[in-house]
Every structure is written in structure tokens, then in C-alpha cells.
Design a binder for this molecule. Structure first.
Ligand code: ACM
Length: 474
């Protein structure tokens, strides 16, 4: 593909034609139509000396045609009576239905305006899901009318640990800076509408029954030691403070979820399920009584029971449960969509267990990992995922049957923000790795990494035009 036609992600089929089309305003002068002879996700672009035609099988895919066409028009060169767009035939469709970005707005609250810019970046790359990780131990970010303390108390922490956390660390120093914030329902409705206008679904995550310390700080009766007042967590890592399994807590969560469903029309609702220690359930009298009543042999099995109780609210409303891959081990409903994060192998296990699965393996698409030498990069959580490694990511692990492969519904990259305190840092970690990720999610033909870099260099100006920071190429 020529450097001139620098489309990212690359279309599945692009054939350069003869000549060029001269127009004074190629964006306005192109003909756009939804047609019946293309599949719902397919689009075509044909530029000939007579004009430009964008056709698609649905309004949604016409948006993809538009994104690609705008990049094609970038390659137009000024001529005497307008600009000349190179002749080209493009036939394109995404490989996967779920092409997502997860943004953790819990560890560090990110302003609404920035979330909108991330949506712009998602649209630019023809991705279609923004997964918002709205709650965690370190902050609760969604207004819930029934329980105002979730945001009055749970959205704020007095200070935050400084530097890198290690496994055996017990002493921390703190930055002395209050941190927090939350989105009102109107903010979130604005985000949802802005995304919908761009063909993007916002999937909310309420992470439970672990990662709930901020909620327990707001309402101690949700915890397993209701007489002790916890604070919103100020260090990273996994908290032992998880929800209790009382009937009242189940009811509390159901009420929260009903409000969440009112804000987010998404068919998919994420209920977390990751990293839920059962240490408190093993000693809690209430949890032990519940375990006995249910005939469970292990306290950890209470997680599956709890999730099933609260997920009933989703089912009643015709929504589908999504969870991190730990859910596979907790006897979750077969129709739960699993997000494989601990490894690609966890994705294989999920599809073999019959689950539709989104591949989000930390070794390939965790963009909180380093992307260069830690000695010269800003502090990050660990790992090493340089741009080229993202470009080389294979969404579908080898060795699956065709039926198992078909259960892989897509892929998603993750931005966990423990070590990203502002939009500038998030941009640096997200981009341009997102551009490489988008190639794999879309199913762009793989030529070579150098060929990708050739297209990426001019593409960086488009990222800059969105007002987003990015990591310069090496
Ligand atoms: C996760 O990274 N705990 C899903």
C-alpha cells in the first residue's frame, strides 16, 4: 500500500485504480448509500475519475466507510481546479463484532471531556465498544440516587500511594493530595449518546463482589466487618475487603444495577468478578451460614451464588452478563460473555466451556504495561508490550476447533490507570498502541511491521488533531 494512502486500520481489500478524481470538496461530493446487496457490516468505496461512491450494508457500516474515506481524502493533492483523490477500490468488513477499549476511570478519575476524546479515537480506528470500569476499591464514579454516599464518600480518597507497589510491601508513602470525582447521570447519558452517534456501545462495569472497598467505605454494612469503618483504598493491589453475602447486600446491588441499566442502553453489562479473595467469607459467621445453607463445599463458591443473585436484574431486563475470566470458575451462567484477561489460555478455557469470549489477554493488550525500557519510560505497572508486540498479536489462539473459534466474538485492549493520573499519561499509554490493536481487531491484512509504520507515521497527525497525547515512535 502506498504511503500516500495511509489508512489505519488498513481495509481488508484495497486495490489502487488508474487515475484520480478531481473535486473542490471531495468530502461533500462523494455519493453515500446504504444498499441491500452488502452484508450488514460490509462497505465499499470506489473512487474513479468520475467520482467517489461509498456504499454499505447498514448505517453503521456507512460510518466505517466514512472513517476510511476521510483518511483516503487525506491523500488528496491540490491541483489547479480542486484536489485530486487517487482512484481506488476498497471492499471491507470487520473480522470481529466486539472491538473494544476498556478505560479504568476508578483508579484515577478522568474528566468527561477526555472520555469524549477517547471515543473520538475509538471511532477513528473503527472500533465499537467503550468499556467503562466505573467502580473499584479506590473510587466509585457513577451517581446512584438511592445511595448518595457511594459518590459523596466513595468517590474520594484523601491521598494516594506514591511510586511502585511490590507484593511484599507493607509501608507506603503518600502524595498528600485528595483525589476523586464522579460522573452524574447526565454526564454518563451524554457520553452514551456521543458514543452512539459514532456507532459505539458503552458497556458499564460495576466490579463485584471484590474490588468493592470504596462502596464498603461509603456503606460499612456491605462489608464483612460492618463495625469497622474502612476508608476508600489509597494503595493499589487487591483488597481483602469484599462484599458480604447478606440478603440486604444482594438487594443493595440490585438497586444499584437497576439505576445503571437506566443510564446505559448497552445489551451487555459487566459485573467484574475478578480477583475476589474469599478470606473474609471463610471466617464470617454470616458467610459460613450461607455456605452451609446452600450446601457449598468452599467459601469461594459464594462468589458464583452472589453474582447469580444480582445478575437476575440484568436477565429480567433482557441484558447480558459480561465478566472477567475468573467467572468461568464460579459456576456462572453459560450465556455470560467472558473477557479473558489472565492469559490467552484462559480464553481457550472459556470457549471450550461454551462461553462467547472477548480476548483481552494481559500479555498482549494491557496498555498499562511498559512499551519501552523502564529506565526511560514513565512508571508503569510492569510487563513489556511495545508497539510491535501489539501489531503481532493473534486474537485467536492456535489449536481451537472451528466451533470454538466462532465463540471468540472479539478483542479488547485495557487501560488500567493506577499509574496514569491524567489524560496526558493515558494518551501516552494508549496511543499509538491503539492503532496497532485496531489492525488486529479489524482483521487488517498483515504485511510487515515496517509497512504498518509507514502508514502510522502520517496517521499520528490525525491522533494529534483529536487533541490526544501519544507516545512518539522510536
Ligand atoms: C483485571 O486485570 N483484574 C481484570
Amino acid at each position: 500500500m502506498s504511503e500516500q494512502i495511509a489508512i489505519v486500520p488498513a481495509p481488508r481489500e484495497l486495490v489502487a485504480g488508474d487515475g484520480q478524481w478531481v473535486s473542490t470538496d471531495p468530502a461533500a461530493d462523494a455519493v453515500r448509500t446504504v444498499v441491500e446487496n452488502l452484508g450488514e457490516t460490509e462497505y465499499r468505496i470506489d473512487v474513479t475519475p468520475d467520482g467517489a461512491r461509498l456504499s454499505a450494508g447498514s448505517e453503521e457500516s456507512l460510518r466505517y466507510a466514512e472513517q476510511t474515506y476521510r483518511q483516503l481524502v487525506d491523500a488528496a493533492t491540490p491541483v489547479e481546479d480542486g484536489v485530486a483523490v487517487p482512484a481506488v477500490h476498497i471492499a471491507d468488513a470487520p473480522r470481529f463484532g466486539w472491538r473494544g477499549v476498556m478505560l479504568d476511570v476508578a483508579r484515577h478519575f478522568l474528566p468527561k471531556e477526555f472520555v469524549l476524546r477517547v471515543i473520538d479515537a475509538i471511532a477513528l480506528h473503527r472500533l465499537n465498544v467503550l468499556h467503562l470500569h466505573l467502580t473499584d476499591d479506590q473510587g466509585w464514579r457513577v451517581q446512584i440516587d438511592a445511595f448518595p454516599k457511594l459518590t459523596e464518600v466513595g468517590a474520594w480518597r484523601p491521598e494516594t500511594m506514591v511510586g511502585k507497589m511490590s507484593h511484599d510491601q507493607t509501608e507506603f508513602s503518600y502524595d498528600g493530595k485528595r483525589h476523586g470525582g464522579f460522573y452524574t447521570k447526565d454526564d454518563l447519558r451524554e457520553i452514551v449518546a456521543y458514543a452512539a452517534d459514532r456507532g459505539i456501545t458503552v458497556v458499564p462495569e460495576i466490579d463485584l463482589p471484590g474490588h468493592m472497598q470504596a462502596a464498603i467505605a461509603a456503606y460499612p454494612e456491605l462489608g464483612n466487618n460492618p463495625d469497622s469503618q474502612l476508608g476508600v483504598r489509597q494503595i493499589w493491589g487487591i483488597s481483602d475487603d469484599v462484599l458480604n453475602v447478606n440478603d440486604e447486600t444482594v438487594e443493595f446491588v440490585r438497586t444499584v444495577l437497576r439505576e445503571v441499566l437506566e443510564i446505559f442502553p448497552s445489551p451487555y453489562i459487566h459485573l467484574g468478578g475478578d480477583e475476589c479473595p474469599d478470606v473474609q467469607w471463610r471466617t464470617s459467621e454470616v458467610a459460613q451460614a450461607r455456605q452451609a445453607e446452600l450446601g457449598l463445599t468452599d467459601a469461594g463458591q459464594l462468589q458464583g451464588w452472589f453474582t447469580e443473585q444480582v445478575a437476575a436484574v440484568l436477565t429480567e431486563d433482557g441484558r447480558r452478563l459480561v465478566g472477567w475470566d475468573e467467572m468461568v470458575e464460579t459456576d456462572c451462567p453459560k450465556d455470560a460473555v467472558i473477557m479473558a484477561w489472565r492469559s490467552a489460555q484462559r480464553g481457550e478455557i472459556a470457549v471450550k466451556a461454551g462461553h462467547e469470549t472477548v480476548m483481552a489477554p494481559c500479555e498482549s493488550v494491557y496498555f498499562d504495561y511498559y512499551q519501552g525500557d523502564p529506565a526511560t519510560e514513565p512508571l508503569a505497572i510492569g510487563g513489556n508490550i511495545p508497539l510491535e508486540k501489539v501489531y503481532d498479536f493473534e486474537v485467536i489462539p492456535a489449536g481451537l476447533s472451528a466451533e470454538e473459534e466462532a465463540r471468540i466474538v472479539g478483542t479488547q485492549c485495557q487501560i488500567w490507570t493506577e499509574y496514569m493520573e491524567d489524560p496526558e499519561r493515558v494518551g501516552y499509554m494508549l496511543l499509538p498502541r491503539l492503532s496497532a490493536f485496531a489492525e488486529r481487531a479489524w482483521g487488517s491484512p498483515k504485511a510487515s511491521y515496517d509497512e504498518f509504520l509507514t502508514r502510522l507515521r502520517p496517521h499520528l497527525a490525525r491522533i494529534e488533531a483529536l487533541g490526544l497525547n501519544y507516545r512518539p515512535l522510536d
